[in-house]
Design a protein around this ligand. Structure first.
Ligand code: 13P
Ligand code: SF4
Length: 329
C-alpha cells in the first residue's frame, strides 16, 4: 500500500518527508508521475540544473505566468517560489497547482506585508499601484497593475504621464525604472537578498582582470552595480543578450542557476558569476529557490501535495492586475 504523507509534518516543514528507496531513479520516476497524473512541470531559471532539465516549460517570471494560463493538463507542478505558484493558480484556477516546498518564499514578497502596504497606499490616495510580480496574492489584490522585469518599462510607459505611481516591493528595480522612464515613482522599501549581495568593488576588479568581458546584470541589483553594466535585463533578456553579443566572456550578476541555461545556449562562451561581498556564503544562489530538490519534487508529485489554495475572492481580485499586465505585453 502507498505510504500516506504525514500532514502534520507537512504543515511544520512545508514539504513532505518519507524514506525514498536508494535505488530509485528520481528523474525517471518524476517523468513517469508526470504522465500518470497528467501533470506539467514549470521551472524558473534559478532552479537546480537537474530540475531545469525535467521541465516542460523553463523560463522567466513572465513566460511562466503566460505558460501557466494556457495549460490544459490537470496538474501544474511549479518548480519555483511561492509567488510564482500562486500566480499560476490565479491565472488558471481550475488546475491543481503544486509547489514542492511551501517555504520557498522570496525576500521581496516577505518585505511587503499586506497590512503595512495597505497603510502605505492610504497615504498616497491618488496614486496608481504598480507591483512587481514578486509579491504575495494579497499584495496583487491591492494593486492596479502587475509587472515583471521583462515588461516593467512598458507597463510604466503605458500609464499617463501625470498619474502618480506607487511601485512596490523592489526599490532597486524601482530606481532603475525611474531612470529608464523618467517618471517619479513612490517606492516601497524592499529588496532581493540575492541581488543585493553582489560586491561593486569586486565586480570592478573582476572586470579589470577580464577587459573583453561584458558585465550583465538583473535590474534587482543595486544602482551602483547597474550603473556599470553593459546590459541590464530580466533572466530571459540576459539569455538573449549573451547569444546575440559577439563577446565570448560575460560576468553575470544574477542568481547563479541561470548559468546552466547560458552554458547550454552558448557552449563556446565563458560565464563568470559576479562576486558577492561575503566570500564564505553561496549568496549568489537564492536559498528560497534552492529549497526545491529532486526528492521534494518526486514526493510532491507522488502525493499531489503541497497544494496552493486561494479563496475565490482573492483569485478574482489578484487576477485583475495580472490580466492588465498580460494585455499590455
Ligand atoms: P525574472 O526571471 O522574471 O527576470 O525574475 C527574476 C527573479 O528574481 C525571480 O524571482
Ligand atoms: Fe526573490 Fe531574489 Fe530569490 Fe528572486 S532571487 S526569488 S527576487 S529572493
Amino acid at each position: 500500500m502507498e505510504a500516506m504523507p504525514d500532514l502534520t509534518q507537512l504543515s511544520k516543514r512545508g514539504y513532505l518527508k518519507e524514506p525514498i528507496p536508494k535505488d530509485i531513479d528520481l528523474p525517471k520516476e518524476i517523468l513517469r508521475l508526470k504522465k500518470e497524473k497528467n501533470a506539467v512541470i514549470l521551472a524558473h531559471y534559478y532552479q537546480s540544473k537537474e530540475i531545469q532539465e525535467l521541465a516542460d516549460y523553463l523560463g522567466d517570471s513572465l513566460y511562466l505566468a503566460k505558460a501557466a494560463q494556457d495549460i490544459s493538463a490537470d496538474v501544474i507542478v511549479f518548480a519555483g517560489v511561492h509567488f510564482m505558484a500562486e500566480t499560476a493558480k490565479i491565472v488558471n484556477p481550475t488546475k491543481k497547482v503544486l509547489l514542492p516546498d511551501l517555504k520557498a518564499g522570496c525576500s521581496l514578497a516577505h518585505s511587503c506585508p499586506p497590512t503595512d502596504f495597505a497603510a502605505f497606499k492610504a497615504k498616497h490616495p491618488g496614486a496608481l499601484v504598480v507591483t512587481y510580480i514578486n509579491c504575495s496574492a494579497d499584495i496583487k489584490a491591492l494593486s492596479d497593475i502587475v509587472c515583471t522585469s521583462s515588461n516593467a518599462v512598458a507597463v510604466i510607459d503605458s500609464i499617463p504621464k501625470d498619474q502618480p505611481i506607487i511601485f512596490a516591493p523592489d526599490k532597486n528595480l524601482g530606481r532603475y525604472l525611474i531612470k529608464e522612464t523618467g517618471r517619479d515613482l513612490i517606492l516601497w522599501d524592499g529588496a532581493c537578498v540575492v541581488h543585493e549581495a553582489f560586491s561593486f568593488e569586486k565586480i570592478v576588479a573582476l572586470a579589470k582582470a577580464h577587459p573583453d568581458a561584458k558585465f550583465i546584470a538583473h535590474p534587482e541589483s543595486e544602482s551602483q552595480v547597474l550603473d556599470i553594466a553593459h546590459y541590464i535585463g530580466s533572466t530571459s533578456g540576459l539569455l538573449n543578450f549573451i547569444q546575440k553579443e559577439a563577446a565570448t566572456t560575460f560576468i553575470v550578476a544574477t542568481e547563479a542557476g541561470i548559468l546552466h541555461e547560458m552554458q547550454k545556449k552558448a557552449p563556446h562562451k565563458t560565464f563568470i558569476p559576479a562576486p558577492v561581498e561575503d566570500d564564505t556564503c553561496a549568496c549568489s544562489e537564492c536559498a528560497f529557490m534552492k529549497l526545491n530538490t529532486l526528492e521534494k519534487l518526486y514526493l510532491c508529485m507522488k502525493h499531489e501535495l503541497p497544494e496552493i489554495n486561494l479563496s475565490k475572492e482573492l483569485i478574482a481580485q489578484a487576477a485583475e492586475p495580472i490580466n492588465r499586465m498580460l494585455a499590455i505585453t
